[in-house]
Design a protein around this ligand. Structure first.
Ligand SMILES: Nc1ncnc2c1ncn2[C@@H]1O[C@H](COP(=O)(O)OP(=O)(O)O)[C@@H](O)[C@H]1O
Ligand SMILES: [Mg+2]
Length: 353
């Protein structure tokens, strides 16, 4: 497989020479300028675990990302990206979290062979970890709390529309200057058409379920594939909004929780602190996450249902909730429910369990 320099050498050739190394479908890139991804002074590419990403600016000012593989692309990229595009097209208005993307089997001639590549809309934004670090540095706890809500909304909408990103972590989530969440890296996205076989990735340390990381249980694809990582991010955002000093103590290549915390949640100093947090809802979430870390793999419920339950427990920590008939029988003049339901955190978006 070509390395970043090999792709770079092709994409930065003078326009006329570059044309020969690009598939006809990429002709528009022949005259594009390859520019630095975002941070001034940075090189003209950025890279993840598998891909080298080039930011290409066309003559009319529009920008696209060319994602070139540095190794085998996990999963079946062509069928997955086509299935995702079909699934997303069914949803109106379009989900705001995904951008236009396309997989081309023969895109760039590098390393003496035609190589595949993804072409996608360029997203102006910063990675979630950097955004969080900036908010902590600026003392903007309120913004972190709002982001936690936005994060929960995103997960609710994805799960309601039967889409899972499959590899949620701080590098695959960008925050735009307007504070919108955008997802990148669709290599392990799941939609029902793809079935419930093994996921092409187990996820990044610090976000993956410990049983999958240890290889004890195969990670299978399903509608609630994002719940575990989604809860890790939600708890991290809520905690940092309350206690920004924890960022300096615990955050490195993560938002807050580390893989060692998830692997041994009962013994983790950070988890112990969270389980007895004065914010009862956060404490309830930390207890639930501790329980989930002990389970044999990821849970099969929506993030929203976990948050809703924690909110009830958090609001009424001294009570064991009675079984609330659902729906309440109409014939009962005085339903035997003493506890009024807490306000709904998410408005009207309804997600199954
Ligand atoms: N469409 C895009 N717009 C802007 N930045 C992007 C885009 N796609 C990827 N990136 C940046 O490049 C990084 C690596 O890309 P990614 O597709 O996640 O590669 P990998 O599959 O190797 O993890 C991302 O974390 C993100 O910062
Ligand atoms: Mg990635």
């Amino acid at each position: 497989m070509p390395d970043i320099d090999a792709y770079s050498a092709v994409l930065r050739l003078p326009h006329d020479a570059r044309r020969k190394f690009l598939a006809r479908k990429l002709a528009r890139f022949a005259t594009a300028q390859v520019v630095a991804p975002g941070i001034p002074g940075m090189s003209h590419w950025t890279a993840g675990q598998y891909m080298a990403i080039f930011r290409c600016r066309h003559a009319n000012g529009t920008e696209e990302a060319v994602r070139c593989p540095r190794g085998a692309i996990p999963g079946e990229p062509l069928s997955r990206s086509q299935a995702l595009a079909r699934h997303l097209a069914l949803h109106q208005p379009p989900l705001p979290y995904f951008v236009q993307h396309e997989f081309l089997e023969q895109a760039v001639y590098a390393g003496q062979e035609w190589q595949p590549a993804f072409v996608m809309e360029w997203i102006e934004g910063v990675q979630l970890d950097r955004w969080v670090a900036d908010r902590v540095a600026e003392g903007e706890g309120g913004a972190l709390r709002e982001m936690a809500d936005r994060w929960a909304e995103m997960l609710a909408l994805l799960q309601q529309t039967w889409v899972a990103h499959g590899d949620l972590h701080h590098e695959n989530v960008l925050v735009t200057p307007l504070g919108e969440l955008k997802l990148v890296d669709y290599d392990s996205v799941w939609i029902p058409e793809l079935g419930n076989g093994p996921s092409p990735v187990v996820g990044l340390r610090g976000y993956a379920h410990p049983a999958h990381l240890r290889g004890e249980v195969v990670r299978c694809q399903h509608r609630f594939l994002d719940t575990f990582a989604g809860l890790v991010v939600y708890v991290s955002l809520r905690t940092l909004a309350e206690d920004p000093t924890l960022h300096g103590r615990f955050s490195r290549e993560n938002l807050l929780l580390r893989d060692s915390d998830l692997a041994e949640a009962e013994k983790s100093e950070l988890f112990a602190q969270l389980r007895s947090h004065p914010d009862a809802e956060l404490a309830a979430l930390a207890c639930e996450l501790t329980r989930l870390c002990r389970a044999l793999g990821e849970c099969n419920v929506s993030l929203r249902s976990i948050l809703r339950l924690a909110r009830r427990r958090g609001s009424f920590p001294q009570l064991t909730l009675p079984a609330i008939p659902d729906p309440a029988p109409r014939w009962t003049p005085n339903p035997p429910v003493a506890v009024s339901a807490p306000p709904d955190l998410f408005g009207t978006v309804e997600v199954g369990r």
